[in-house]
Ligand binder design. Structure first.
Ligand code: TZP
Ligand code: MG
Length: 216
């Protein structure tokens, strides 16, 4: 089933003493219509509390709400979907738990990863990292623009239609060259979270993604 996948994926982060829910609220108010809650190392109940708060904010703004890593939590609180890394539950198992309507995204670093995720029936693929970022530990090898060019060409040759979202240290100025490789959209955390004027930054991203005229 094809689902509506946003071209700008906002990823939460704890920064400057603000919670995930607080940063998500700021991002939604500034125009983010897709939020991935990226909590690391939290006991389940605290994680759930933060997820419920963030979900309520997303509902208020009409933003899509995904949970990183934790399929059990996504199922329990009826999130819109999950984003799964290589060491998380497999997308096939997640689909069994969440059902056909939920969004499942997966992380890829190589063409083999992409092929496996496509075979597993994910709705979108987060491909990266584009460049070094301190947001994520244990980064996979950096792809750079040439890596995207090569990988997206391989995807095109293989007839892969699953939307591919670039991730890792992405700035607004990277979007035009990334789109030129065939990338569908981008996932961004720190540049938005660190911005004084989030609206200006999100609008700039949306403009580069050619979304300015699109209504929510
Ligand atoms: N996966 C690969 S890079 C990355 C994740 C979660 C971090 C993206 O965050 P930022 O701050 O936009 O580099
Ligand atoms: Mg993960």
């Amino acid at each position: 089933m094809m689902k509506k996948i946003a071209k700008l994926h906002y990823i939460t982060q704890v920064l400057n003493g603000k919670s995930h829910a607080e940063t998500a609220e700021e991002a939604c108010a500034a125009g983010a219509d897709w939020v991935q809650l990226r909590v690391k190392d939290q006991p389940y109940e605290l994680w759930k509390e933060e997820a419920l708060q963030t979900q309520a904010i997303c509902k208020t703004y009409g933003s899509t709400f995904l949970i990183n890593d934790n399929v059990r939590l996504a199922a329990e609180i009826d999130a819109d979907g999950v984003h799964l890394g290589k060491t998380d539950m497999s997308p096939v198992e997640a689909r069994e738990l969440l059902g056909a309507d939920k969004i499942i995204g997966g992380t890829a670093n190589t063409f083999e990863d992409v092929q496996q995720l496509v075979a597993a029936g994910v709705d979108y693929i987060g491909l990266g990292p584009f460049r070094f970022t301190s947001t994520k530990e244990n980064l996979s090898p950096i792809l750079g623009l040439s890596g995207y060019g090569l990988l997206l060409h391989q995807c095109q040759m293989a007839g892969i239609k699953t939307p591919i979202v670039a991730i890792g240290g992405i700035l607004a100025a990277d979007i035009a060259p990334l789109l030129a490789t065939g990338v569908y959209g981008v996932a961004v955390s720190s540049v938005i979270n660190k911005a004084e004027d989030k609206e200006q930054v999100i609008q700039q991203f949306r403009q580069e993604l050619l979304l300015v005229a699109e209504t929510k």
